[in-house]
Design a protein. Structure first.
Length: 239
């Protein structure tokens, strides 16, 4: 484990404390340009999400109307009705995004895959970096005027469903993640700069409650607009 990774894990509550839990649930208020661009405006504006902290899975509810919910795993994503019966599903869902660009519309199961993959990654960070199949190394710091952030680069094994195999975390002076860079492979490898703020303590774990995602320029600097995705979290619980 790199020295910086150990610092980050400790700042967020520590791996021993994290390992006492198996799921996280939160209410999401979401916005930004992405949902309309994909033809899914309003579908996940206000939703509860639960993610696994051991196995890779996530569920959003309600997923649209009529009590529907989603169920995401790397190999299969489905949409279920209120009784738990499958309405739609995708097996090997990532393959369905082949040749997609940022502007390519999504089906409901594809939206469920993206949302599940994204929130599982986000809510498991930074402890996901200590899991088998993830390698980390500290890289050169990021300087912006007087501000200096240390950076941790993570490389994910192919079997882990996440935005991109290589991702970069920017660490503030308190050891908390302030920014998370990745390329969204299923949307034409669109580069994103994801900012995290307004941390709260949830059962001894530090969790950011505000997330804002912007396009990332080739030089690594974020574009001021458009706001691609906004996520505000509340009612966060660990169990």
């Amino acid at each position: 484990m790199t020295t910086l990774l150990a610092t980050v894990l400790d700042a967020h509550g520590g791996l021993a404390r994290w390992n006492q839990f198996s799921t996280m649930t939160a209410h999401l208020a979401q916005g930004g340009a992405l949902w309309g661009l994909k033809g899914k405006a309003g579908l996940l504006d206000a939703v509860d999400v639960t993610v696994g902290l051991r196995d890779e899975w996530a569920s959003h509810a309600p997923f649209g109307s009529d009590g529907r919910r989603s169920r995401f795993t790397p190999d299969r994503v489905s949409i279920e009705d209120a009784a738990g019966s499958t309405i739609e599903e995708l097996v090997d869902p990532r393959a369905s995004f082949q040749a997609h660009t940022l502007e390519t519309p999504w089906s409901d199961p594809q939206l469920a895959y993206f949302a599940g993959c994204a929130m599982w990654t986000y809510l498991n960070m930074p402890f996901l970096l200590a899991y088998p199949g993830v390698e980390t190394q500290e890289i050169e710091p990021w300087r912006d005027g007087d501000m200096v952030w240390r950076r941790l680069q993570a490389t994910f094994a192919p079997g882990i469903a996440t935005h991109s195999r290589i991702q970069t975390l920017y660490v503030d002076a308190d050891g908390l993640i302030a920014r998370h860079d990745y390329d969204v492979e299923i949307a034409g490898s669109t580069p994103g700069a994801h900012f995290l703020s307004d941390y709260v303590d949830v059962s001894g774990i530090k969790v950011p409650t505000q997330r804002r995602i912007f396009p990332r320029r080739p030089d690594g600097r974020p574009m001021p607009e458009p706001l691609v995705v906004s996520i505000d979290l509340s009612a966060i619980t660990l169990s």
